[in-house]
Ligand binder design. Structure first.
Ligand code: DLL
Length: 436
C-alpha cells in the first residue's frame, strides 16, 4: 500500500519533536485562555498566572478539567478570548440537553481546522479527481461546513447535498458520479436499505469510500456497510468543542483513528479518579485544543471512552491512534442494577446476518423492575405465514444478547424500514422510566 500524506513533515514528525511542538502550542493555548475571566480564575487557583508557568507537557496535569457544564455557564460569549470583530464564524451544539455551547473561530482558526480536515480526508487516499457528496447536516452543526471546507482544500468536487432526502441523494450520485460520501453510519445504512427498495443498482454508482462518524458504531456495522455498498468506510471522530470533525481519523490502514496531536493534546483518564490510566487502557478521553485562538478550551472532558493503541501504525504516521469510541460515560444505562452501554447491544446484533440496518433500545418500568426491549429490523423474507422461522430467529437473538449482556431482553422483530430514522445522529435509546 502506498500511503499519501497531506503534511508529511508534521504527520511523520519524530515523537520528541512532536512533543516539543505540542509544548509550544500548549503554552500559546494557556496564554490565550488567560484572556478569559473563566480561565484566569481557574488557572490562578492552581498557581498558573502566565504561560511561563507551563514548563513541560506533564504540566498539563496541573490544569483543572473543563466540562460541558462550564461551557454552558459561559454562554454566550464567556469563552471568547479575542475581540468580537476578529470572529468570522460560530458553531453551536444542538442544545437538546440544555443551553447550547458555542465555539467561535477567527479566520486563522478556520484555516487551521480546514487543514486538519483536509489532512484527514487525504489520509484515506482521496484526491482532486474525487467527487465528494457531503450527506450530513449543514448549519450550526460542524459536520457540514467542516467537511465542506476540508474537501475543497483537497481539491475534490464537493456536492453540499446535506442529509436526508435519500432519493435525491441517489440522483446526485448518479448524475455527478459521486465517488466519496460522508454521513453518519446510521444514515449510510438507511441509504443502503433505500437503494434496495428503490431498485438502485450498485453498478449505477461510482462509490469507492465513505467517511462515517459523529456517532458511535461497531466494527460489525462498519463491515456491514462496506460489504453492502462495496466501499471502504473510514471512521471519523470529532466534537464541536475541538472545532468539529478532523480531530481523529483513520488512515488507509483502517486500524484506529490517528489523533492529530499537533492540534489536539489527548489524555486518557479514569472517569472516576480522573487519574491517567496505564498506557493502552480504556478510559475517558480528555482533549486540549492546541490550534484555536478565538475559543481556548483546556482539558475538556469529552465523556467518550477510548484508549490509545501502543503499537505503531504501518502508515508511518507518528500521531497515536485511538481505539473506536464505542460509548460515552454518560450513555451508560443501569438496568436492574446491571450496567449496560448501548454499544454492547449493537456489537451483538450487527454480527447476526439476518439482522437489518436499524434498531431501537427501549427501557421501561414494569412494576418495580426495569424492562429492556430491543426492537430490531429484519428482512421481509422472514415475515411469512409460517411464523416458526421468525420466532426461532427472535429466540436466537434473545439468547445471544442475554449471553453477552447478562440481562434478559425482550426482542421484537420489525419489517425493514419501519423503525424511525434520524437524518442527523441516530437516537438509539428510548428510556421511558420515570425520573426520580
Ligand atoms: O459530531 C463532530 C463530527 C462531525 C464528527 C462529523 C465526525 C463527523 P458534536 O455534535 O459536538 O460534534 O458531537 C461530538 O459525538 O463527543 C462523541 O460522543 C460522538 N462522536 C463523534 N464522532 C464519533 C465517532 C460532532 N467516530 C460527540 N465514534 C463526541 C463515536 C463519535 N462517537
Amino acid at each position: 500500500m502506498i500511503y499519501q500524506y497531506w503534511n508529511k513533515e508534521m504527520e511523520t514528525l519524530e515523537r520528541s519533536a512532536l512533543e516539543a511542538y505540542q509544548l509550544t502550542q500548549l503554552k500559546a493555548a494557556v496564554a490565550q485562555a488567560l484572556q478569559t475571566p473563566f480561565y484566569r480564575e481557574r488557572l490562578a487557583a492552581v498557581g498558573i498566572r502566565s504561560d511561563a508557568d507551563i514548563k513541560d507537557l506533564e504540566d498539563v496535569r496541573r490544569i483543572p478539567f473543563t466540562t460541558k457544564g462550564d461551557l454552558r455557564t459561559g454562554f454566550p460569549y464567556g469563552f471568547l478570548s479575542i475581540p468580537r470583530e476578529e470572529v468570522v464564524r460560530l458553531h453551536a451544539s444542538s442544545g437538546t440537553t440544555g443551553t447550547p455551547t458555542t465555539i467561535y473561530f477567527s479566520k486563522e482558526d478556520i484555516h487551521r481546522w480546514t487543514a486538519f480536515v483536509a489532512r484527514s480526508i487525504y489520509a484515506t487516499g482521496c484526491n482532486k479527481t474525487d467527487v465528494f457528496q457531503n450527506m450530513i447536516t449543514y448549519g450550526l452543526f460542524t459536520g457540514g461546513l467542516g467537511f465542506h471546507f476540508g474537501g475543497e482544500a483537497v481539491g475534490m468536487l464537493v456536492i453540499p447535498s446535506g442529509s436526508g432526502n435519500t432519493t435525491r441523494q441517489f440522483k446526485l450520485m448518479q448524475d455527478f458520479g459521486t465517488t466519496v460520501v460522508h454521513a453518519t453510519p446510521s444514515f449510510l445504512l438507511h441509504v443502503q436499505a433505500k437503494m434496495q427498495e428503490e431498485g438502485v443498482r450498485r453498478e449505477q454508482l461510482k462509490l469507492t469510500r465513505a467517511f462515517a462518524g459523529a456517532e458511535p458504531y461497531s466494527e460489525d456495522t462498519r463491515r456491514r456497510i462496506e460489504e453492502l455498498l462495496r466501499i471502504d468506510v473510514y471512521n471519523s471522530y470529532g466534537l464541536s468543542e475541538m472545532n468539529g470533525p478532523g480531530v481523529a481519523f483513520e488512515c488507509q490502514a483502517k486500524n484506529g483513528l490517528h489523533l492529530w496531536e499537533d492540534g489536539y493534546l489527548g489524555e486518557i483518564v479514569n472517569p472516576e479518579t480522573l487519574e491517567p490510566v496505564p498506557d493502552g487502557e480504556t478510559g475517558e478521553l480528555v482533549l486540549t485544543c492546541l490550534c484555536r485562538e478565538a475559543t481556548p478550551i483546556l482539558r475538556y472532558r469529552t465523556r467518550d471512552l477510548s484508549g490509545f493503541y501502543t503499537e505503531p501504525c504501518p502508515c508511518g504516521r507518528t500521531h497515536r491512534r485511538l481505539r473506536r469510541i464505542t460509548g460515552r460515560t454518560d450513555d451508560m444505562l443501569i438496568i436492574n442494577g446491571v450496567n449496560l452501554f448501548p454499544g454492547q447491544i449493537e456489537e451483538v446484533i450487527m454480527a447476526i446476518k439476518e439482522v437489518g440496518n436499524n434498531y431501537l433500545i427501549l427501557v421501561e418500568k414494569e412494576g418495580v423492575l426495569d424492562r429492556l426491549t430491543v426492537k430490531i429490523e429484519v428482512g421481509s423474507e422472514v415475515f411469512r405465514d409460517d411464523t416458526r422461522p421468525l420466532n426461532a430467529l427472535k429466540e436466537r437473538i434473545r439468547k445471544t444478547l442475554q449471553a453477552s449482556i447478562t440481562i434478559n431482553p425482550r426482542v421484537e422483530l420489525h419489517q425493514q424500514g419501519s423503525l424511525p430514522v434520524s437524518e442527523g445522529k441516530a437516537r438509539r435509546v428510548l428510556d421511558q422510566r420515570p425520573t426520580v
